[in-house]
Design a protein around this ligand. Structure first.
Ligand SMILES: NC(=O)c1ccc[n+]([C@@H]2O[C@H](COP(=O)([O-])OP(=O)(O)OC[C@H]3O[C@@H](n4cnc5c(N)ncnc54)[C@H](OP(=O)(O)O)[C@@H]3O)[C@@H](O)[C@H]2O)c1
Length: 322
């Protein structure tokens, strides 16, 4: 399940004074409503009291150490639950949907931090007074992939930076065009115009924004050097709900086990986001190295297809079994 923290955060990190939040913008509230509509939302008791009721069109899960004290709604358009921990709230949300929103306040953001898969932050260009803060966002751990300026504030989306044994995996974003183009233009591939690379990169950003996961730029952690791209993402060519495994490392960085590292990281991310889905890799049967990687991570050859360059083998598995 995608677990998305959504918050309005001032320049100094303040989100409230314990009772109310310092900023209220009509456009932001409309976006909050549209974004969370239809999904479960998790709130702490203080925030629930600050809202003063249950938001229609969403299932509200209130977290309290004494959940019995919470008065629940009898409005069928605003179902509600009260539970005794953030973990129970997430478990309940997962039984209802494949996306949930953590809506604060400070304590609940803090206690849900380790489970978050995305941040959806309205960054306000002003400081505020108040004792409740959003947790510190470490740029070593989160990449700001999307920013939509709106005058007094920006809508922003951040995604986790993943570390494997030797690689730092950073969601590929608009600033990575040169690396993206270089890694796709390795000497063994025909040259592609930069504009087509830009389109490919923008499509990858859309994957992150829409599905919560897309390809990474793989950097050797030791030298902070980009050596490849890849990971898993939903594929238009695949039947609904399936994910594709793909990677490409520059020639000097092949045969070092990096492909297995990025494939395992992709599978680990999918186990959190979408464990019941299918993962597939479409490989040339004579690409022994790629077939060996597929086998190593637990995929099985389950079908065949072809393209203009010849036959292809389809390797698949249900993510939870990997
Ligand atoms: N700017 C924004 O986007 C935004 C969003 C939301 C809220 N806010 C602001 O944030 C402030 C409220 O934040 P807050 O930190 O004071 O309170 P909060 O997180 O809303 O609620 C805290 C309460 O939630 C329960 N709780 C928290 N973690 C728990 C856990 N792990 N297990 C069980 N129960 C848990 C406890 O309830 P019990 O005491 O009942 O045990 C705790 O007292 C308000 O000013 C509000 O306006 C701002």
């Amino acid at each position: 399940m995608r677990v998305i923290a959504i918050a309005v955060v001032s320049e100094n990190g303040v989100i409230g004074d314990g009772k109310d939040q310092p900023f209220k913008f009509g456009e932001d509230w409309a976006r909050f409503k549209a974004t969370t509509m239809g999904h479960p939302i998790i709130v702490g008791r203080h925030t629930h009291e600050a809202i003063g009721g249950y938001l229609p069109g969403r299932t509200t899960i209130v977290v309290s150490r004494d959940p019995e004290q919470i008065e629940l709604s009898d409005d069928p358009d605003a179902p509600s639950f009260a539970v005794g921990s953030v973990e129970l709230a997430l478990e309940l949300a997962e039984s209802l949907d494949d996306v949930c929103f953590v809506c604060g306040g400070g304590q609940v953001y803090e206690n849900a931090w380790e489970y978050l898969t995305e941040l959806d932050i309205t960054q306000v260009h002003e400081t505020a007074e108040g004792s409740v803060h959003f947790p510190e966002i470490d740029p070593e751990d989160w990449l700001l992939l999307h920013r939509e300026p709106r005058g007094q504030f920006d809508f922003t989306r951040l995604f986790p930076i993943t570390r494997t044994e030797r690689l730092t995996l950073v969601p590929v974003g608009p600033d990575d065009l040169d690396d993206w183009a270089r890694l796709y233009s390795a000497s063994d591939l025909p040259e592609v115009p930069i504009e087509r690379h830009r389109v490919g990169l923008e499509a990858n950003v859309e994957h992150w924004l829409n599905d919560g996961l897309g390809y990474w730029l793989a950097k050797e952690s030791l030298h902070d050097r980009p050596v490849g791209v890849g990971g898993v993402r939903r594929s238009k060519e695949n039947p609904d709900g399936t994910w594709s495994l793909y990677y490409r490392f520059e020639p000097d960085s092949r045969n070092q086990g990096y492909a297995v590292e990025i494939a395992k990281a992709g599978i680990a991310a999918l186990k959190v986001l979408d464990p019941d889905s299918e993962l597939r890799a479409v490989l040339r049967p004579d690409n022994a190295a790629a077939c060996a990687v597929a086998e190593k991570v637990g995929l099985l050859p389950t079908g065949e297809t072809s393209d203009e360059r010849g036959p292809l083998q389809v390797w698949t598995a249900v993510v939870a079994t990997l």
